[in-house]
Design a protein around this ligand. Structure first.
Ligand code: BGC
Length: 526
């Protein structure tokens, strides 16, 4: 009984009510506006110089790399021009020591090496050909540029972008911490290491994963009005949306084409409300904050995204376990234990290690509807080294996990609601009754059961949206960052031919309409 009451008390602290949602949406809109007016605000609202989204007719072979979470991905993408693409990719986990390396060079050298391996594995002919050319042509000017792969670099950290392939790192997030890289041009850092290995690759475009997701969604989405938002709910969280140029009041450093009247803005919403005007804060959020490498930053992200939810759950679980008034994952419970054996937490359990609990266990807990919670109990044993957990304990764990996940989903809805309201699309007379399309990616939206439906449920109680929430289509856009980066790289390539053309996405629209293709191409759907 004590366990049930304590669990309920914890669950209550993660409640984010309808009123809380509405208050937070208003504050989000206020902070969005502030970010459009000046630099240095908590919601950065970074202009991307992308002034339109693709229409699906773009073609060509490009490379893309993606750095932004636990993995580094290298891919080549064939844009087929009929809303579809084919791609090949390699994925490798980023060694932990490189995420906190002394110098940026160590990390970028590793990335360049992975690019080399990918080329050797999947494009060996081009690679060998390039090496032969280098050996036979004495002057580097002798190489013809068109033999070089154009690569989009999806770099998913806050960057002050000053050109299509130029941008300086503002700060690291998501567990990366290499102070040496802050303030440096990340494209130049990567190109330097690529050149050291003599690879036939040019870093042609710098792209945030949310911008890539928005581009990819627009390329593959059947919605004739394109998408208005690309959002990530994965290791980190962020969104990029299409804003009216007239609302963008702060100065822009680079050139851009203003004919579309719009620009894609990278909100960097992970840092929404760093000042904690409306974000909920439990004592476990505080504890996480103290142990984080960037206290005071990414306050919204720390309540919403995959890198952090597992840690909140770990902190709560440990506290409940240590509560002398409650029997939770403890020996005393063995008499009630339906397994008939003693519950033991291994000394080596991830529960005892800061950041040791992977958020994926929350998906297992959420998905487990078995009367004995078998899958969750197996995972508690295998992943958390809690042996012979009782049914009651697993149930308490599931309820706490659900409360943390539900708060995250409702907070996610706050950002989506604010962006939808800001764009005014629901009230656009030209779109009456039509779907408003949003592309999302990331482990939470992909794997956490019900994450999207909890978002929709919260949208329905948001003032200014209500039942129109049914018109908001939240579609999974997988590998968006790769395809989106390729799309921007394709425009960058066309800009090289005509340097006076700065509307590099608008330019995409004018590329030759594709012949209908008979190949079994992969079109992203959903
Ligand atoms: C970064 C964003 C990124 C997001 C999702 C955040 O931590 O600051 O740039 O888009 O994670 O990957």
């Amino acid at each position: 009984m004590a366990l049930e009451a304590e669990t309920q008390a914890i669950v209550d602290q993660f409640e984010f009510s309808d009123d809380d949602v509405n208050r937070a949406v208003k504050e989000f809109l206020r902070q969005m506006d502030e970010g459009l007016r000046k630099d240095g605000t908590s919601l950065s609202q970074i202009p991307t110089y992308v002034t339109a989204v693709p229409n699906g007719s773009e073609k060509g072979l490009y490379m893309a790399v993606d750095l932004g979470g636990t993995n580094f991905r290298v891919c080549s993408i064939q844009l087929l021009g009929n809303n579809s693409f084919r791609h090949t990719y390699n994925k490798v986990a980023i060694p932990k020591h490189l995420m906190v390396a002394k110098t940026a060079q160590e990390l970028f050298a590793f990335l360049a090496l992975e690019i080399k391996k990918f080329l050797q594995e999947h494009h060996n002919e081009d690679f060998e050909h390039h090496i032969r050319r280098r050996m036979t042509v004495s002057a580097p000017e002798g190489f013809r540029d068109e033999h070089i792969f154009r690569m989009g670099f999806t770099f998913s950290f806050p960057v002050k972008q000053v050109g299509i392939n130029k941008g300086t790192l503002i700060r690291w997030t998501k567990g990366f911490d290499i102070p040496d890289a802050v303030g440096k041009d990340v494209c130049a850092l990567l190109q330097e290491e690529i050149d050291k290995l003599h690879l036939p690759v040019k870093v042609a475009a710098l792209v945030n994963d949310t911008v890539g997701t928005l581009m990819a969604r627009s390329y593959t989405s059947p919605n004739k009005h394109g998408s208005i938002l690309g959002a990530i709910f994965g290791t980190g969280t962020n969104g990029a949306y299409i804003e009216k140029l007239s609302n963008l009041k702060k100065g822009l450093a680079g050139e851009y084409d203003d004919t579309t009247g719009h620009m894609v803005i990278n909100t960097e919403w992970g840092s929404f409300d760093n000042q904690l005007n409306v974000l909920p804060t439990t004592k476990w959020d505080d504890a996480l904050e103290k142990g984080s490498i960037n206290p005071g930053y990414q306050m919204y992200e720390k309540r919403v995204s995959g890198m952090f939810l597992g840690e909140i759950l770990r902190l709560v679980t440990l506290e409940l376990h240590n509560n002398p008034n409650v029997s939770f994952f403890k020996d005393e419970n063995s008499s009630f234990n339906d397994r008939g054996s003693v519950t033991v937490i291994d000394r080596d359990s991830p529960l005892y290690k800061p950041w040791g609990v992977d958020t994926s266990i929350m998906s297992t807990a959420e998905a487990d509807h078995d009367p004995e919670l078998s899958a969750l109990r197996q995972s508690l044993e295998k992943d958390l080294k809690i042996y012979a957990p009782a049914y009651e304990d697993a149930l308490a764990f599931k309820r706490i996990s659900h409360a943390i996940g539900r708060r995250a989903a409702r907070l996610a809805a706050v950002a989506i609601a604010a962006v939808v309201i800001q764009t005014g699309k629901l009230d656009d007379p030209e779109l009456l009754g039509e779907e408003i399309d949003i592309g999302v990616d990331g482990s939470l939206v992909e794997h956490y059961p019900g994450f999207r439906s909890m978002i929709t449920e919260a949208l329905k109680i948001t003032e200014g949206i209500g039942e129109s929430a049914n018109r908001i289509k939240i579609g999974l856009t997988q590998d968006g960052s790769g395809v989106g980066a390729a799309l921007i790289a394709s425009v960058a390539a066309s800009m090289e031919k005509n340097t006076s053309n700065v509307d590099y996405i608008g330019e995409l629209r004018s590329t030759v309409k594709a012949e209908p293709s008979a190949v079994d191409e992969k079109a992203a759907s959903d």
